[in-house]
Design a protein around this ligand. Structure first.
Ligand SMILES: *Cc1c(COP(=O)(O)O)cnc(C)c1O
Length: 422
């Protein structure tokens, strides 16, 4: 990739972008805004507006309870099958349900129970806090009978495959990590770690929240046991849209959910009083799913399928490589450090820039420059590059506005105290 740092060059890259047309499929009420937070909350597909209205009016308004039989009951699996295509899984291996955290809990407990004679649960300190809280909670309710091992990333950015592999032994019940970590964007080698875990008899549970829709995920090819992920980030499912879970086919009859709800029963509408777990992925459902937001989210998934993961990943790599080239020329001289890996093969689709004044620079970007990044403690300005709709000019504008904030010292007017939501 070239190191031409002019805005005209960014425009020419946009002209040549095969995904260019998809920008017009996304709602944009403020073209001067540079939205770099698609990895936290994806933008609104225009079609979702119409679909949401239809779902509310037709399914809720007109069909009412008849919609359960028409489409609601099947929706978790119908949409799960679509998500399966984005993550290299098969039909019947993915279900939409609950939040990511709840799904993590269900699958972690299931794995710990399957490997009950083993003590170790392995994760890392790059993981999303909720994932770690959930594991602490599991162990707490198991009388702290397990040993939670949290691998430490010395540089705060990455843990090598070897470092992780060295921790996994015959006493390991479960290895659970984020495929792409939320701060630095470091991407694990899922295949190598899964393979090693299996050699030692451990199960793996991958959190795909920052990976699905952004990078290549091949769960079947990598022989992954369990996975979960978000739909409101790169899949553009909308705020609070439910998450998904994946359980490999051959594990589905052995593994049990720790939450025995009626939607996980063989026949929820038989109202039988004794729980009989469904013989398939449905056993990991709990109770009534959020049918409105789940089906609104389906529109975002359809859009991703239409574009195709290969093309999305290709653009994601090009966007982040371009952003790093601009970083080297324009931001490194201003005291920024790159908080993300340089190798494309170990990088997801978001990039962190670190700066001692990161928090105040981030605020100035939002309030003075109409850029929406987000801030992750202690000093990361995190920028999501969403291949579906982020343009090269967005990337250029983002870097240019950061330069203006720092060289004009605009950030100095903000206090160093943190706001509650960043
Ligand atoms: C976004 C994210 C979550 C969010 O969990 P919810 O329970 O859906 O709020 C969990 N884990 C990771 C790694 C994430 O990136």
């Amino acid at each position: 990739m070239t190191t031409d740092i002019t805005a005209d060059h960014a425009r020419s890259l946009d002209m040549a972008d095969p995904l260019r047309q998809y920008r017009d499929r996304i709602f944009n009420g403020d073209p001067s805004m540079v939205y770099m937070d698609g990895n936290s909350l994806g933008r609104l597909p225009i079609k979702s507006i119409e679909n949401a209205e239809n779902i509310v009016k037709e399914q809720w308004g007109n069909a009412l309870i008849r919609s359960w039989g028409d489409q609601w009951f099947d929706a978790p699996i119908r949409i799960g099958d679509k998500i399966a295509k984005l993550i290299g899984a098969s039909e019947g291996e993915v279900a939409v349900s609950d939040s990511t955290t709840v799904n993590l809990y269900k699958l972690a407990m299931s794995a710990i129970w399957l490997n009950a004679s083993r003590k170790k649960i392995i994760t890392d300190d790059l993981n999303f806090p909720s994932d770690l809280y959930m594991l602490q909670g599991c162990n707490y309710f198991l009388g702290n009978s397990r040993q939670l091992i949290v691998a430490h990333a010395k540089d705060g950015m990455k843990i090598t495959t070897q470092q992780m592999i060295d921790l996994i032994d015959e006493d390991t019940a479960l290895v659970t990590l984020s495929h792409v970590v939320f701060k630095s964007g470091y991407m694990y080698d899922v295949k190598a770690i899964t393979e090693h875990a299996h050699k030692k008899g451990a199960l793996v549970l991958w959190d795909l929240s920052h990976a699905v829709g952004a990078v290549k995920v091949a769960l079947n090819e990598w022989n992954v046991d369990f996975a979960v992920g978000c739909t409101y980030k790169y899949l553009n499912g909308g705020p609070g849209s439910p998450a998904f879970l994946y359980v490999r086919k051959d594990l589905q009859e052995k593994a049990l959910s720790p939450i025995w709800g009626w939607f996980g029963d063989t026949a929820p509408f038989s109202f039988d009083l004794k729980y009989r777990p469904a013989a398939n992925i449905r056993r990991f459902l709990t109770g009534t799913p959020p049918v409105l937001s789940m089906q609104t989210m389906e529109t975002g998934v359809d859009l991703m399928l239409e574009v195709g993961m290969d093309r999305l990943r290709e653009k994601s790599e090009q966007l982040s490589t371009y952003m790093i080239a601009l970083f080297d020329k324009r931001l490194a001289p201003l005291g920024f450090a790159l908080g993300s890996p340089r190798e494309t093969t170990s990088r997801g689709s978001h990039i962190s820039f670190k700066h001692p004044e990161g928090y105040r620079i981030n605020r100035s970007l939002i309030e003075d420059m109409n850029v929406i990044p987000d801030f992750r403690e202690p000093d990361n300005i995190r920028l999501g590059l969403t291949p579906l709709y982020t343009s090269y000019l967005d990337v250029w504008e983002c870097v240019d506005r950061i330069v203006r904030v720092v060289s004009g010292k605009h950030y100095e007017k903000f206090p160093v105290d943190r706001l509650t939501v960043t």
